[in-house]
Design a protein around this ligand. Structure first.
Ligand SMILES: [Zn+2]
Length: 178
């Protein structure tokens, strides 16, 4: 009996370890699979890390958009015309950002949402680059560049969170079988 309990405990610990591994985003950096140690779907502690640290754990495209404020080409992102049911997380740190029911079909070329999951999911910054006055949207946990906020959305609040697909990671809702 005692042995059985011990074996169960080992199996349980093994499974938990495996789940933790899976919860961390594995990134391909310079051809190698790297586990991003800052990635978490549960930890809400604000991350203040220099770009040199992010460069070691994020793939090139995600690094360019999230840390160097680049924008993916219109109509090229994987979530632009995507309508799966689930949650969108920050691809750099795992912070929950949007629910799929806040996503709407937009012709702008990038995935668009009318509201965030929580008010503090994101932070806003004034962006005056390219001789435009825009509101930049960044991740509330890791300060990754996500996209911009415009006031021409189709819902009552008029908000359109225009996001880079690269900055997002979609997790579908898994239907529980009865
Ligand atoms: Zn983040």
């Amino acid at each position: 009996m005692r042995n059985l309990i011990k074996i169960s405990a080992i199996i349980l610990m093994g499974t938990m370890g495996f789940q933790n591994m899976n919860a961390q985003r594995i990134q391909k950096v310079n051809g190698k699979n790297i586990i991003n140690p800052y990635y978490s779907r549960t930890d809400i502690k604000i991350l203040k890390l220099p770009n040199s640290t992010w460069k070691k754990v994020l793939n090139k495209d995600l690094y360019s958009v999230s840390r160097l404020n680049e924008t993916e080409m219109a109509n090229t992102g994987k979530y632009n015309k995507f309508d799966g049911i689930g949650t969108y997380y920050c691809a750099a740190c795992g912070n929950a950002l949007f629910k799929s029911d806040a996503k709407f079909a937009s012709t702008c070329g990038w995935p668009s949402f009318f509201e965030t999951i929580r008010p503090k999911s994101v932070i806003y910054k004034k962006d005056e680059s390219y001789n435009m006055e825009r509101t930049e949207v960044r991740c509330g946990r890791c300060d990754a560049h996500l996209g911009h906020l415009f006031d021409d959305g189709p819902t009552a609040n008029k908000k359109r969170f225009c996001m880079n697909s690269i900055s997002l990671e979609f997790e579908p809702i898994v239907k529980k079988s009865k």
